[in-house]
Design a protein around this ligand. Sequence first.
Ligand code: CP
Length: 305
Amino acid sequence: MKHLIDPMDLSVEEIDDIIELALKIIENPAKYSEVCRGKKLATLFFEPSTRTRLSFEAAMMELGGNVLGFSSADSSSATKGESVADTVRVVGCYADIIAMRHPKEGAPMLGSIYSPVPIINAGDGGHNHPTQTLTDLLTIKREKGSLSNFTIGLCGDLKFGRTVHSLIKALSRYEGINFILISPDELKVPDYIITDVFEKNNIPYREVRTMEEVMGELDILYMTRVQKERFFNEADYIRLKDSYILDTKKMKQAKDDMIVLHPLPRVNEIDIKVDEDKRAAYFRQALNGKYVRMALMMTLMGVTV
Ligand code: CP
């Protein structure tokens, strides 16, 4: 039985297979509409979500299966003190696969030790978000045609942004990726990303403070929001929250074929006028999340066509 806790749990070949399957589903959704008949997905969300939970649920429905679960810790027996280990032992009696989001880093990993069914990490604290990474990779593949040989700028809250940490780890195994990290000093990527990912693998990276100095170099701009819920001090959040705002003026500095990605939700970091630009790919990215989660669940449950 395989779980997905960290993007590195999947080899490059396994990621490529999931992306290929997602592309086949996009081409012919009717062929897959009954493949999970009789299967159940449980969504255990101890932290809020719109895209991840609902796209998982839509994905299982579009495969012909059913869903059950909860959307906040308040409506589960966690409020009575039940542990994550006991929760997954019990839910594993009712479902064939579990998607779990939890504010504590490592909670889905702990769950995977006790679960009788595959566990998918749907986001754990500021740590990892591997299914967002699969979504990002499918989007890059569809928009740019390849997962190799480009310059990607990651902008905003690179310290707490779990989507950034997971995406860097996954992309570090592809050829010819040049990373530009755009953040204030207080929100730089954690040291382990620099030492264990970039330096250990001789991957080119640069840390810069402004978007303007690099806009013209980027093939992909990955915007992120400042993660209010991870700050200890509200004054720090208020000071940093508008560090970067992508607007139509900055888009004029970018290449004609650069794409803008954002895991969403957006707060203030992309002006809504940018939505009209064909290079704004973030809503197409949200749709890709459903297809790649269909492919992932089929893969982890061993469902073939
Ligand atoms: N991208 C993402 O994880 O969005 P949600 O928090 O709405 O699930």
